[in-house]
Ligand binder design. Sequence first.
Ligand code: FMN
Length: 184
Amino acid sequence: MQKRIIVGISGASCICLGVRMLETLRKAGAETHMVVTETAKRVLKEETGLSYGEAEKLADKSYDSHDFFAAIASGSFRTDGMVVVPCSMKTLGGIASGNSSNLLLRAADVMLKERRRLVLVVRETPLNLIHIRNMETAALAGAVILPPMPACYTKPETIDDLVTHVLGKVCDQFGIDIGYKRWE
Ligand SMILES: Cc1cc2nc3c(=O)[nH]c(=O)nc-3n(C[C@H](O)[C@H](O)[C@H](O)COP(=O)(O)O)c2cc1C
């Protein structure tokens, strides 16, 4: 059966990961529902040159980040989970504190209350104690903390190899095999 995945994109660096996530899920045959924070729209343009409108075309459905009447704001809308990629420390803090002040945060809150898969591709370095405690809180509530860590055992040669590895790990969390290079 076709997977339905919510892709939240927040305003952290490496926003190309969010774009590639949408492309990867589409290629894997999944249905994507996208929500992008207001800051992420600006970081998207800054780091990739893509406009929000162009990114929207990569998703099956996209929602205004403040539309609490959207389908993904409700637990009764069936999904296979959500990935926040990249996940800023502000968005992580919002999730950890149960603050549903935008649609991305509300959708993530729904994942936790419904005990559905929530993967947070947290991006910041170095981390302060508040970040670490927020990760602990989110993990205890059921989220998977999946920072975009490179792996060298696959002998990556390009940035694309590193990105594919991270996205492969994310997709594994949803039972989607994108055929990335694994340790055998
Ligand atoms: C170019 C750029 C890169 C940023 N990178 C990060 C980052 O990697 N991690 C982070 O936590 N915040 C980063 N920020 C700061 C966030 O954008 C800021 O905290 C913002 O309030 C996040 O809002 P959002 O989570 O609602 O998108 C960055 C900001 C800019 C302009």
